[in-house]
Design a protein. Structure first.
Length: 227
């Protein structure tokens, strides 16, 4: 008699990814930091470390701290999300409008405070800080965003990771299509409805000639500083 089929050892591949993906999500901010953008001296990216809801016992997230695994693992998906697609930089638009890096960062924090019920914190910032670095550091350490859930639209720029598509996430601009974030539970929601055609920037591959006259795949990236 042949052996009976054993199903207990059958496992499916894939599963829920540990990283947040482009789309409409509910997230909270766990950390905020400024990161120098190496391709443009004097510019900054404002990075929001975000985490999604608890996905239950069947989900295995990243370690909260690789150096201290006793802290356990994240209960939800996580990601570093840029506040905007492009870095914050001093410049002038083609129309002659002067753009100030620090002013634009403060505008973003002000709007975020409206979504996290952080208006009291924001009102207390007037004439308090000497630099934008000081402000962001205090925003992070005082954490008016702690455990405040947000409806967000996560957009992304596609790139290759080990042969598979991955995404550098960012929040979209405020537009007629909707806002990038709001307090979770807001009805009706004004957050932009995720649209892959507008919120995903596909990696653009062009054929370029190398020195031997042969063609090879090349990645084209647009200039983010053409204001």
């Amino acid at each position: 008699m042949s052996e009976k089929l054993k199903t207990s050892d059958i496992k499916t591949g894939g599963g829920v990814p540990k990283l947040l993906q482009p789309g409409n999500n509910v997230c909270k901010i766990t950390k905020v930091e400024l990161k120098e953008f190496k391709f443009k001296p004097g510019s900054y990216e404002l990075i929001l470390n975000m985490e999604g809801p608890d996905l239950g016992a069947g989900f295995e997230g990243f370690f909260i701290d690789k150096a201290n695994e006793s802290l356990g693992k994240h209960k939800g998906q996580i990601a570093n999300v840029k506040a905007t697609e492009w870095a914050f930089v001093d410049g002038t638009t083609k129309g002659g409008i002067v753009i100030k890096r620090d002013t634009e960062i403060m505008k973003f924090i002000m709007n975020l405070c409206k979504s996290i019920d952080g208006e009291v914190w924001w009102k207390g910032t007037d004439n308090r800080f000497d630099t934008i670095e000081d402000m962001v550091s205090a925003f992070n350490s005082e954490a008016p965003f702690k455990d405040k859930w947000l409806n967000v639209c996560l957009a992304g720029n596609e790139y290759d990771k080990n042969g598979y598509p991955a995404y550098a996430l960012h929040l979209p601009k405020f537009s007629k299509d909707g806002v990038p974030h709001e307090k979770a539970g807001t009805t009706p929601s004004k957050v932009a409805k995720f649209n892959p055609s507008t919120h995903i920037k596909k990696k653009e591959v062009k054929n370029v000639e190398n020195f031997g006259g042969e063609t090879s795949g090349g990645i084209h990236t647009s200039n983010p500083f053409e204001l």
